[in-house]
Design a protein around this ligand. Sequence first.
Ligand code: HMG
Ligand code: MG
Length: 286
Amino acid sequence: MAEQVRIHEVGPRDGLQNEKAVIPVADKVALIDLLSASGLRDIEVGSFVSPKWVPQMADTDRVLAAMTPVEGVRYAVLVPNMRGWEGFVAARVPGVMYEVAVFISASEGFSQSNLNCSIAESVERLTPVVRAAEDAGVPVRGYVSCVTDCPFAGPVAPAAVARATEMLLAVAPMQVSLGDTIGKGTSETVARMLEAVLDVAPATGLAGHFHDTGGQALANVETALEMGLRDFDSAVGGLGGCPYAPGAPGNVATEAVLERVHALGFETGVDGDVIAKAATLARGMR
Ligand code: HMG
Ligand code: MG
């Protein structure tokens, strides 16, 4: 049997959070519902963050209420603090499988820009979220941003990424998704970063989250595959960016990752035809 790669679709969150135009809830829901029919098992659908910081995600409660969840699909939402947890608890629909994603940065500059606090403070704020999720039986995923480069501080030391990963894992066991937030990573910098992180976490506990600014994202996926990672984040239609990371364009496109990993002999269980339709829909939202 071929080896499996698991794709975590982040377009409805990481993609749409950065769009200038207001995207109606109905359009977001149409995209999510189509993605739910593709065989994807992980779809990130929104954020419970400050609406002043990311107005595009302010309607996540309405998205959760209106989408049609599919059994076997886990729907992720970003939650930075207890205020966000309370928003999620008020909005969640009984019986749906959710995942809460917490996020920190490997660089202090980006932490201040994205979360208005230091890395250590961000861990303090997310710790009660993780505890609440554990108590509620909701799985947690962690992100580390700026794993190769920071928009403010330049190159990020691999040791800083390993340290940030350890900080998340000290809170609770979780999959840690390693974000090349501004898409400046190359095969070399990604490999050096992964060598350091693999000293503190097994490849099975890690995911690659590559933005495609430099056109290197697919090469970085391959580097990470060679180093044992089997989980990758991507955004249908190459939607994406982070409003607090100048120069962060789209995530690597889901359809491109699918094509590459399938060509390399991996299985994903994801239907490329449905993803192609979703990519057309996503591109129409820009
Ligand atoms: P702050 O201003 O320091 O927060 O922001 P505060 O605690 O001082 O609260 C200020 C106001 O915000 C208060 O309201 C709070 O109630 C409210 P007021 O009294 O002024 O009316 N507030 C909230 N409202 C709704 N939901 C909340 C919430 N928290 C506070 N959860 C904060 C701190 C973390 C809230 C802010 O910095 C924030 O929302 N940041 C999120 C930024 C974000 O979403 N960035 C994009 C996602 S990360 C990303 O894209 C990277 C990733 O893809 C990986 C990669 O590529 O590297 C994951
Ligand atoms: Mg991202």
